[in-house]
Design a protein around this ligand. Structure first.
Ligand code: SF4
Length: 466
């Protein structure tokens, strides 16, 4: 178990990989260099191989010595006391010879012991935590994009227009909503380290993206699975926590829009960031219903009184807040009274933007076994009623914007007219601002638009500034 035949591994593994010459005209290597020490059993060796493969795929080179490398990774063994002692010694050597050290592997499962002996290590991750190790390396020394060698642009391949982009912060979901099979398909929540998310976000902004749409299955649960682990981002440690991530994203100078947020108490904390203009005053919260009994059958939080009080408070803290949501009508067993509760919730909450789906059974979802399915014609009728009410709320809300000057992002241009979105409109799902302009606009630029009229979902106006 503890044969440590490869200590350090960097020398034997390095040679075959050193064939790519990325030397700059001044003679220095353009690629960041990592010195790698692999200790422990064959399982740890496989972990090392995987990390090294990822490093090489991203353009890192392996250094022969700690001295002169950009960072050192030590994959530790924690099986016996003697193995731990050897791991601690290897970390000490790396700190002495280089100073920038990331620790991973079995001993990383007890980070306190490592930090007690070596408080200055940059990061500690456990065994098999490839993503976290890579995030720590990225934090210490970002990979260099080489436009001559790399097949894809630095920001990756995007299917959205150049000026906005989705930013996925986690995968999977810890909830078990009865109509949904996503947790079965994608498993429980797996959050990306904060530094990893921020690095991607920064790259996108550098590549010209003006708006980042933060997505996941449950954005407000971000980091729960990794116990809000810190990662190194520039000169600071950033926790994988909703508020901390929003704060850092808010520093990038792009519009930051939050999707799929649950109305948990800690969401209150981002309101000041919205009020200050650091992130957009916009929350997409899939409420799904407004009746506590239906929400219980959906296996979703049903404390609607609290939710309504929370929404009031948010609007006090950030009066410009736009709330977007989705709802399901015709969920199995939905009675007239429950549907009326949904409409009452809509009236009370005054949700700015809402989508409505008629319930459809998804194969494998527990909701399919619930009693009293709602007939299609009733679903259709309720959908119509819901949308009529929503249209009235939306029209009322948009009317209040007439006469205001709104900052608008331009999405499409045709001669002297254009289409764009305010801070309260997400692309594809929300409304549009129809703009007339004397000077032709460009897609992706911002313009100040005087709102002259409104209808049920859209605004109309002309450009008065840039
Ligand atoms: S509906 Fe959303 S929150 Fe509910 S289980 Fe599915 S992915 Fe998770």
């Amino acid at each position: 178990m503890t044969d440590r035949a490869v200590s350090p591994i960097s020398r034997p593994v390095n040679a075959p990989y050193s064939t790519t010459d990325r030397t700059t005209p001044d003679g220095s290597s353009a690629a960041p260099r990592v010195s790698f020490v692999s200790l422990g059993c064959p399982k740890a060796l496989v972990d090392s191989e995987r990390i090294i493969t990822r490093l090489r795929a991203e353009g890192y080179e392996l250094a022969r010595e700690h001295a002169g490398a950009d960072v050192v990774v030590v994959n530790t063994c924690g099986f016996l006391d003697s193995a731990k002692a050897e791991s601690l010694e290897a970390i000490g050597t790396a700190l002495k010879e280089n100073g920038r050290v990331i620790v991973t592997g079995c001993m990383g499962a007890e980070p306190e012991e490592i930090r007690a002996a070596h408080p200055h290590v940059l990061a500690v991750t456990g065994p098999h935590q490839y993503e976290q190790v890579m995030a720590a390396v990225h934090g210490a020394v970002p990979p260099k994009h080489d436009p001559f060698l790399d097949l894809v642009p630095e920001q990756g391949i995007k299917l959205t227009p150049r000026h906005y982009s989705y930013l996925k912060i986690s995968e999977g979901c810890n909830n078990r909503c009865s109509f949904c099979i996503i947790p079965k398909l994608r498993g429980d929540l797996v959050s990306r380290p904060a530094a990893d998310v921020l690095r991607e976000a920064e790259k996108l902004v550098k590549a010209g993206v003006k708006e980042l749409l933060v997505i996941s299955q449950d954005t407000s649960a971000y980091g729960v699975d990794i116990k809000y682990a810190e990662s190194q981002w520039k000169d600071r440690r950033v926790r994988a926590k909703f508020l901390d991530l929003c704060r850092e994203l808010g520093e990038l100078g792009a519009w930051i829009r939050l999707h799929y947020v649950y109305p948990y108490p800690h969401v209150d904390e981002v309101m000041p960031l919205m009020a200050e203009g650091k992130i957009l005053p916009y929350l997409d919260i899939p409420f799904q219903h407004g009746s506590p009994s239906v929400l219980k059958r959906m296996k979703r939080p049903a404390a609607l009184e609290k939710t309504l009080a929370r929404i009031d408070r948010w609007r006090e803290l950030c009066p410009d807040l736009t709330l977007r949501s989705t709802f399901i009508v015709g969920f199995p067993g939905e009675t007239e009274a429950e549907f009326a509760e949904l409409l009452a919730f809509m009236e009370e909450a005054q949700i700015d933007r809402a989508g409505c789906f008629k319930f459809e059974p998804v194969r494998g979802a527990p909701a399919n076994d619930l009693e009293n399915p709602v007939p299609d014609e009733i679903k259709q009728q309720r959908h119509k009623q819901f949308m009529e009410l929503q249209q009235k709320i939306s029209a009322r809300k948009l009317k209040k914007k007439v006469g205001r000057r709104e900052k608008v992002m331009i999405d499409a241009v045709e001669g002297h007219s254009a289409r764009g979105r305010t801070r309260g409109d997400a692309p594809e799902i929300d409304g549009t601002v129809h703009i007339s302009t004397r000077r032709p606009l460009k897609v992706g630029e911002f313009a100040t638009v005087l709102i002259e009229r409104s209808d049920a979902y859209d605004l109309h106006g002309s450009v008065v500034g840039f």
